[in-house]
Design a protein around this ligand. Structure first.
Ligand code: XIL
Length: 359
């Protein structure tokens, strides 16, 4: 393995992914939780060694912070993640200001549009304001589109759109810009990577939304592509389709961030060597195309080690869990914090990537 540097008398050491990325003007990072920062020292050492950026996996989500009523939020876990970034010289991503799926239940029972607008404004001012000047980029509205909801503009109807109309997106972006003028404002989406009619429809809707935001002067700086991928049995991949999509985004003068990359192995064989190879191939195929586009500035994996992965924990997205009960292996390091073929694939993709201006 080319990126493993053997150290005599000690376990093999690995070249840091963040350094390989930085050589090309890229930032590499991971999702992390406050509980991991305070409770898993060896994992935290690996994060310090390998990454240049952290994002709170859950600790900055509204529902995760809120104690059950408007304005009553617990910032302690969010602070733990933000302080960890500051203390270690890591870039901090903000995830997220609004997300239909992690909005406190009381939001939908607020009396009227005015109250909802007030709640959104307070949320954005409080959270983005608290970390003003410290956040590289904010996911302002996470997952704003859902063509299957049937609107001509393809926007997701759940939670915010119902009372506020599509203007809630522009409002949220303006409030975020005001609260933290130096943070890049990101529209973060999933299922826009592959070659299926569904993904194509989602790409079209997302591009139309971005064009509309651009035309109306709504502040927006980047697109986040989540990239939760499957190694086997998932939708087909087309390098040319992905290439064109990334170029279309770049043509709007927006940068691109790969925000939640992981590769699940739900339909891969049980054999670990085979499985890890298939996962690594998927990382390689995707990143080789993505990193060719100079507008891509940042790559975040949704965790760093299989020790801490939402899929391994079996929290949501059951279709991504293995049916045979074996633990999934979606991330670059294994549960013992040893590098896997996926690490090698990511390292190689960074090494092969063209150099770009940081963004
Ligand atoms: C996931 C977390 O990883 C889980 O721990 C949690 O149970 C659910 O949310 N898209 C996103 C992320 O934008 O916030 C989600 O994170 C994964 C899908």
């Amino acid at each position: 393995m080319a990126f493993l540097v053997a150290a005599r008398g000690r376990a093999a050491q690995t070249q840091a992914l963040c350094r390989l990325a930085a050589d090309k003007g890229l930032v590499y990072g991971t999702a992390i939780q406050a509980a991991q920062i305070s409770g898993d020292r060896t994992f935290v050492d690996l994060v310090r060694q390998q990454t240049g950026l952290v994002v709170a996996e859950n600790d900055m989500k509204w529902q995760c912070m809120n104690r059950g009523s408007p304005g009553d939020d617990d910032f302690s876990r969010a602070d733990t993640v933000a302080d960890f970034a500051l203390e270690n010289g890591l870039v901090l991503r903000g995830h997220n200001l609004l997300w239909y799926w992690r909005t406190p239940a009381w939001f939908s029972s607020l009396a009227d549009r005015r109250e909802q607008e007030r709640a959104i404004s307070e949320r954005i001012r409080l959270l983005a304001g608290r970390y003003r000047g410290r956040v590289h980029s904010w996911d302002v509205v996470n997952e704003p589109i859902e063509p299957e909801d049937g609107r001509p503009d393809g926007l997701r109807t759940a939670v915010f759109l119902k009372a506020l109309g599509p203007g809630y997106l522009d409002l949220a972006h303006r409030l975020a810009r005001e609260a933290d003028p130096s943070a890049r404002l990101v529209v973060n989406e999933y299922d826009v990577e592959m070659d299926t009619p569904k993904h194509e429809a989602r790409r079209d809707v997302l591009l139309a939304l971005l064009q509309r935001m651009r035309a109306s002067g709504t502040p927006v700086d980047a697109v986040g592509i989540q990239a939760h991928l499957s190694a086997v049995g998932g939708p087909p991949f087309s390098a040319s389709r992905l290439r064109r999509f990334l170029a279309d985004i770049a043509a709007l003068d927006l940068t691109i961030q790969i925000t939640e990359l992981d590769v699940t192995d739900e339909h891969a064989p049980a054999d670990i060597a085979l499985r890890d190879g298939l996962v690594a191939d998927t990382y390689r195929r995707f990143l080789d195309v993505a990193l060719d586009e100079q507008a891509v500035k940042l790559v975040v994996t949704w965790g760093l080690s299989d020790r801490h992965s939402w899929i391994v924990r079996r929290e949501t997205h059951e279709s991504r869990w293995r049916g045979d009960g074996l633990a999934s292996r979606p991330l670059p390091f294994d549960t013992d914090l040893q590098p896997k073929p996926a690490y090698e694939a990511i390292a190689q993709a960074f090494a092969n990537a063209p150099r770009r201006a940081p963004g």
